[in-house]
Design a protein around this ligand. Sequence first.
Ligand code: NDP
Length: 485
Amino acid sequence: MTYPTQPTASHFIDGAYVEDTTGEVIEVIYPATGEVIARVHAATPAVIEQAITSALRAQKIWSKMSGTERGRVLRRAADIIRERNHDLSVLETYDTGKPYQETSVADATSAADALEYFGGLAGSLTGEHIQLGEDWVYTRREPLGLCVGIGAWNYPTQIACWKGAPALACGNAMIFKPSEMTPLCALKVAEILVEAGAPAGIYNVVQGMGAVGTSLVTDPRVNKVSLTGSVPTGKKVYAAAAAGIKHVTMELGGKSPLVIFDDADLEDAVGGAIMGNFYSSGQVCSNGTRVFVQKGIREAFVARLAERLGNAVIGDPMDPETSFGPLVSARQLEIVQGYIAKGIAEGATLVCGGERLNLPGFWLTPAIFDNVTDDMAIAREEIFGPVLAVLEFEDEDEVIARANDTEFGLAAGVFTNDLKRAHRVIAQLEAGTCFINSYNDAPVEAPFGGVKNSGVGRENSKAAIEHYSQVKTVYVRMGKVEAPF
Ligand code: NDP
């Protein structure tokens, strides 16, 4: 199988594709068919060293450029990405299996938004001036130096830019390691940045499994680590970074609550539950997978939801009509099937879906469980697949307590037509990213991130600048220095 935008080698370092075939082979599998569509090699120590030395060299040049000049490069890269949206979306579909209907509007476009937004901010990043009588203090907003980005497999292009764009805007260099399951898209981002005028080495991409991530995270020349991944990986990477007192951003997993009150607009609530559970075949960190529905509308909600799931178009992800694709891998399919079996064994009612389709590739139909209770594994653990759990509740205080009874805190949503209740409930939910009468919107202008075990730091928005820069304080004395002796 060939496609127009396939990268030509495993790594992108110092402005060019780099290959070292002695690295372990990673097969890139198209999830819709199970076919091997490419092979890359994990980075060897020599490749990692090359990536670090070139990034350090580039960062010296890049950080001396003005913010406006850096921003211009990022905005040019955004324009190129938009021009090539079709090819990049096709590549994203091959990498992840997500339908083209999604990738053509949510992946390269989101990456371009990040480059455009942070490109626009770059020229206005400043320190401050603090007058102290005659003396004064000024602060300089300085880059951190060398940042490492490590990505999950669900949004490879987006994650590469959500991390890369603010890092570069602040004058840092970045080495990005994609998930071994989706190694292709970030290479195109690196290529496009160079084409847009970024100095060679400022954004390098190296492939590999967790071990490559670990060698990057533990290298003393690395100043910051930004991970998107699961909570267990987050704990390991955070601990490794802490050993070197490095800055971190952790975008981790979730088991987010979506609370639907009986005064909500039913169609909107059902639409929100679909967007919060089945987009990208349910492989979205912020999904509202615990759907708490108030007693009075539970039956109507479940019936309408099941009816609308029947409209999902499952099939060839490249067909623009297809709205539901496969899971990313055989392993992920196995994990999700395991949870379907567990839900049934625990006594939840499987309303529909959860069936393995008799197709090559990793296909599972979208599933709804009703009569789920808080103690069931399907209500407590992140499944990361198309499995929605409906939990009934009676009143507001009860649902808030139950919604918060989790180690996670990435996102939360409320559907109600009572304006005061919406804000009152959201204020009490323990989550970093919340929605009222909507679900899973992630514009670059808004901070995105979690509380509790779901993460540390924020991506996107002006808040990300704080996580990719540091403040130097400079005290300036205008008079004589008084000393005791
Ligand atoms: P993993 O945690 O398995 O992996 C994430 C990345 O970390 C991969 O690139 C992985 O490499 C790498 N890695 C694994 N072990 C280590 C290590 N010890 N040191 C350094 N790097 C390591 O997550 P998945 O890829 O399975 O992604 C799914 C998870 O990501 C879900 O929990 C989901 O909620 C979360 N996620 C969070 C988001 C957020 O913004 N909060 C957004 C998207 C996903 P490799 O896989 O190649 O071995």
